[in-house]
Design a binder for this molecule. Structure first.
Ligand code: NAD
Ligand code: USQ
Length: 392
């Protein structure tokens, strides 16, 4: 298949591009490298050093003997999106290319506006280019489990049957997200659903949970193929952060009571889910939603697991939650559609935490301690309104 991976320089996009290329697909990587710019803005860096994008592509050719197409540009530029599709003529597009940090989107007005414009406009440009050039392209779009929030009822996969005053309909599951970033995903979902309805496009919206892990079969082949590993309070995600904190002797930063429960998955399962979605495309005009996670854990459970497995004594701190979220809630979310397509999950176990801790050991000198604690407050108090979100 000819596949474009948008956001192919990122944490998930890069390993996905390699995985699909190794499976024999003809892969093009699209990215404006803005993720590297956020590092400069925040004064932080990936714990594991990552090679320049051009070097990554060259290294893959040396190691695997396969070429990757490279398109450097911004999805908010419609001319770039259009010329990229015209040149690559993809049969499928995997779209990771968004600003993906909830805290980053909550820094201030400018970051909220940037996040929503970047994400919503980029996706709209893409929908128009697909509709104009080839409506049969399968768009695999990364959404988020956080689009649903934490309702007091079971979460379904995208749609729910509602009985109301004697009538019944199947409607998009109600969304109640917890950040301007997560809201951008909801806006995308509505726009994609609408485009499928009016133009007959086909799309899979993958409502993915929080990803953990750093190595995949392909990225482990050479240091220049490594993907990024974030631990800072803005871009680091919860389990990855806890492992790094435990290895460097920083108290584990549980926000609030720690009973917040989230759907989680191993980075290797992200790759497998994308591949399954690509190999089993929806029908023309179909908009479908898969909940892409394999297990759910509370923040406390993850902190306890990490503290048990990583050698040494560990302190678990309960910080005042910088976010506005329920710290105690019901959580049961359906996630059968990818399993039905054949997903065999890598479940979280001691070995995974140990291997992640070994990666951290190798690069522990690169950890900037000041970047670990959360700096972005959801609530707008006088002290946070002008506070910079930088690491130091
Ligand atoms: P990332 O920030 O590492 O990668 C995103 C990439 O997209 C970056 O390389 C960035 O430069 C690029 N990009 C952003 N805006 C762009 C634009 N306008 N034009 C071109 N390129 C642009 O993020 P990630 O962790 O790899 O996440 C990828 C996707 O998966 C995101 O959409 C995210 O919302 C979703 N997701 C991630 C997680 C997770 O835990 N990491 C969980 C659920 C969903
Ligand atoms: N948390 C802590 N301590 C920390 C970091 C996080 O207690 O040090 C808590 C948060 O309060 C939250 C949960 O852990 O309740 C998850 O936070 P996170 O930062 O790991 O993940 P989140 O902000 O939800 O965002 C990440 C990705 C995003 C993706 C989302 C999937 O950055 O791109 O969309 O996971 S989901 O959560 O399913 O929406």
């Amino acid at each position: 298949m000819r596949i474009l991976v948008l956001g192919g320089d990122g944490y998930l996009g890069w390993p996905t591009a390699l995985h699909l290329s190794r499976r024999g697909h003809d892969v093009g990587v699209v990215d404006n490298q803005v993720r590297r710019h956020y590092d400069l803005e925040m004064g932080v860096d990936s714990l594991v050093p990552i090679a320049r994008l051009q070097r990554r592509v060259q290294c893959w050719e040396e190691v695997a003997g396969r070429t990757l197409g490279l398109y450097i540009g911004d999805l908010t530029d419609p001319a770039f999106v259009s010329s990229t599709l015209a040149d690559a003529r993809p049969e499928a597009i995997v779209h990771f290319a968004e600003q993906r940090s909830a805290p980053y989107s909550m820094i201030d007005r400018a970051h909220a506006v940037y996040t929503q414009v970047n994400n919503v406009v980029g996706t709209l440009n893409l929908l128009y280019a697909i509709a104009d050039q080839d409506p049969s392209i399968h768009l695999v779009k990364l959404g988020s489990m956080g689009e649903y929030g934490t309702p007091n009822i079971d979460i379904e996969e995208g749609f729910i049957e509602i009985h109301h005053r004697g009538r019944t309909d199947t409607l998009p599951y109600p969304k109640s997200p917890g950040s301007f970033y997560h809201l951008s995903k909801v806006h995308d979902s509505h726009n994609i659903h609408f485009a499928c309805k009016i133009w007959g496009l086909r799309s899979t919206d993958l409502n993915q949970g929080v990803v953990y892990g750093q190595q995949t079969e392909e990225t482990a082949l050479h240091p220049d193929l490594a993907t990024r590993f974030d631990y800072d309070g803005v871009f680091g995600t919860v389990l990855n952060r806890f492992v790094i904190q435990a290895v460097v002797g920083h108290p584990l930063t549980v926000y609030g009571k720690g009973n917040q429960t989230r759907g989680m998955l191993d980075i290797r399962d992200t790759l497998a889910c994308i591949e399954l979605a690509l190999l089993n495309p929806p029908a023309e005009g179909e908009y479908r939603v898969f909940n892409q996670f394999t297990e759910s854990f509370s923040v406390n459970q993850m902190a306890d697991m990490v503290a048990k497995v990583v050698p040494g004594e560990h302190r678990i701190d309960h910080l005042t939650d910088p976010r506005v979220e329920l710290e105690d809630h019901y959580y049961r979310a359906a996630h059968t559609k990818l399993l039905d397509l054949g997903l065999v999950p890598h479940l979280l176990d001691d070995d995974l935490i140990t291997s992640l801790a070994q990666v951290v050991e190798r690069y522990r000198d690169r950890v900037i301690d000041a970047a670990i604690r959360p700096t972005v407050e959801w609530r707008r108090t006088q002290s946070t309104v002008s506070a910079p979100a930088r690491a130091s």
